[in-house]
Write a protein that binds this ligand. Structure first.
Ligand code: HSE
Length: 435
C-alpha cells in the first residue's frame, strides 16, 4: 500500500484542526502509521474565509461530490456536523467504498444503526473516536483495551459547555446566561446550545457508549434526559453545605437483562474525582469486573483535542489498509450478530437518593405535612435543613432522602406542590453517593 489519500468534508473548527494536524505533525504521524497520509482534498462551501492554513494548489475545493467520487480517496473525514447533508454525504462515501471518520455524535446517536449497517454491508471502516469526549480515547478503551471486561457501569461528564457553566456559577458566582455566553465564545457550545444545556448532547454520547459497552443496538429514545437550566445558585450553595457538587452526568449501569441510562444534574460527593473536573474539561469513569474503576480525563471539545481523536481514527484505518485488515475491530465493539436489543430501564423504575428543596411558609406543622406525604409514598428522609427565618414569608427547606423509587418521588412531588403551605414548584436533584 502506498500513500493513503484523505479528503475532509467541512472546514469549520474541527475540519481545520484535522488539516492543520495532518500537515504540521505529518512526520511523526507517518512514522507511526507506516504509510504517508496525504491530504488530497478539503471541501467546504466557503473557500474564501482564511483558515490560517496554506493548502497546496487544488486541495481546498467547494465540491464535496468531487471528493467523494474520486477513486483515489481512501478515507473521508466528515466534519460538517448535523444530520442533513452530513448523513447524505457519509452514506454516499460509504456506498463508494470509502472508509469514513466522523465526530458527529448526533448523527450516530440518531442514525447510527443505519449508517454503521451501511458501513458493515460495504466492508468499510467507520470510526468515531471524536464523537464522545473529544480527545479522550474512550471508544478505543471500550472497543479494545477493555475487551476482557464485563463493563458494569460508566459515569461521565461529557459536555464541556454544561460543565463550564456549572463551574462558573459554583466558583465565580456567574449568572447562567453569562456563563453560557462564555462557553459560546470559547467555542465549546453547539450551534444550537439547547443541545448542550438541555442535556441532549450528553445523551447522544451516552447512546453511543452504552451500545459499545453492553452490546446493544443504539437506542437514544429511551435514555432519560434532563439538562441544567433549572439549577439555581441556591441549589449549588446548598449542595456544597451537604458536601456535594452538582454535575451534569451521563450515568449507565449494567443490570444484565436491562441497562440504566440517564442524563441529569446529579449531586456527587465533593471528594469524588468527578467533582473536581472543572471548566470545559470532560472525564469518564468506567468500571469493569477485571479492571475495577478506570478513569479518563481531558478536553472534550475544541479544535486540536478533537482533531487529535480524528487523527487516531485515520491512523487506525490506514494501518488496517496497510495490512489488509479492514473490519478487524467490530464497528460497535461486539460482533454484529451478537448485538442485542437490551431494554433501558424506565426512569420511573430507578432507585436513588434525592435532594428536595421546597419553598414553604415558615409556620408550625409545615415539616410534618411534607414528611407525611413523603412517608405515605415510602420515601424515607435522611436529613432536613431549614435555611433562615422570615416572618410571614417563604423559607427554603431542604431534605435529603434514603434510596427511593422515582415513580414514588414523582407522586409525592405532585402532592406536595399543591399544598397551601408550599409557595413554589419543588426542586428535585438526584444524588449518587456510590459512583
Ligand atoms: N458542545 C459539546 C460540548 C462539544 O460542549 O462538550 C463537544 O462534543
Amino acid at each position: 500500500m502506498g500513500d493513503i489519500n484523505i479528503g475532509i468534508l467541512g472546514c469549520g473548527t474541527v475540519g481545520t484542526g484535522v488539516a492543520k494536524l495532518l500537515m504540521e505533525n505529518s512526520d511523526i504521524i507517518n512514522a507511526r502509521v507506516g504509510s504517508k497520509l496525504h491530504l488530497k482534498y478539503v471541501a467546504d462551501i466557503d473557500t474564501k474565509t482564511d483558515r490560517g492554513i496554506t493548502f497546496e494548489k487544488g486541495v481546498f475545493i467547494d465540491d464535496a461530490a468531487k471528493l467523494i467520487n474520486d477513486p483515489d480517496i481512501d478515507i473521508v473525514v466528515e466534519t460538517i456536523g448535523g444530520e442533513g447533508i452530513a448523513k447524505k454525504l457519509m452514506l454516499d462515501a460509504i456506498n463508494n467504498g470509502k472508509h469514513v471518520v466522523t465526530a458527529n455524535k448526533a448523527l450516530l446517536a440518531k442514525h447510527g444503526n443505519e449508517v454503521l449497517g451501511a458501513a458493515a454491508e460495504n466492508g468499510v471502516d467507520l470510526a468515531y473516536e471524536a464523537s464522545v469526549g473529544g480527545c479522550m480515547p474512550i471508544i478505543k478503551s471500550i472497543r479494545e483495551s477493555l475487551v476482557g471486561n464485563r463493563i458494569e457501569s460508566m459515569t461521565g461528564i461529557l459536555n464541556g459547555t454544561c460543565n463550564y457553566i456549572l463551574s462558573k456559577i459554583t466558583d465565580d458566582g456567574s449568572e447562567f446566561e453569562t456563563a453560557l455566553k462564555g462557553a459560546q465564545k470559547n467555542g465549546y457550545a453547539e450551534a444550537d446550545p439547547t443541545l448542550d444545556i438541555e442535556g441532549f448532547d450528553t445523551a447522544h454520547k451516552l447512546a453511543i457508549l452504552i451500545s459499545l459497552a453492553y452490546g446493544m443496538n443504539i437506542n437514544l429514545d429511551d435514555i432519560y434526559v434532563e439538562g441544567v437550566t433549572k439549577i439555581t445558585p441556591m441549589d449549588i450553595d446548598l449542595a456544597s453545605q451537604f458536601g456535594y457538587k452538582i454535575k451534569l452526568l451521563a450515568i449507565s449501569k449494567n443490570l444484565e437483562d436491562a441497562v440504566e441510562a440517564r442524563v441529569h444534574p446529579t449531586m456527587i460527593p465533593c471528594n469524588n474525582l468527578l467533582s473536581n473536573v472543572n471548566g470545559s474539561l470532560n472525564a469518564i469513569t468506567v468500571t469493569g469486573d477485571a479492571v475495577g474503576d478506570m478513569m479518563l480525563y481531558g478536553h472534550g471539545a475544541g479544535m486540536m483535542p478533537t482533531a487529535s481523536a480524528i487523527i487516531s481514527d485515520i491512523a487506525d484505518i490506514a494501518r488496517n489498509l496497510k495490512h489488509n485488515a479492514t473490519g478487524r475491530i467490530p464497528l460497535l465493539s461486539f460482533q454484529q450478530k451478537k448485538i442485542k436489543s437490551i431494554p433501558i430501564l424506565p426512569i420511573d423504575e430507578t432507585r436513588t437518593n434525592y435532594y428536595f428543596r421546597f419553598f414553604v411558609k415558615d409556620q408550625p406543622g409545615v415539616l410534618s405535612r411534607i414528611a407525611g406525604v413523603l412517608g405515605n409514598n415510602d420515601i424515607s428522609i435522611q436529613s432536613v435543613h431549614q435555611k433562615g427565618r422570615k416572618s410571614g414569608g417563604s423559607v427554603p427547606i431542604v431534605m435529603l432522602t434514603h434510596k427511593a423509587k422515582e415513580a414514588s418521588v414523582k407522586i409525592a412531588m405532585a402532592e406536595i406542590e399543591v399544598l397551601d403551605i408550599v409557595s413554589d414548584k419543588p426542586m428535585l436533584i438526584r444524588i449518587e453517593d456510590e459512583i
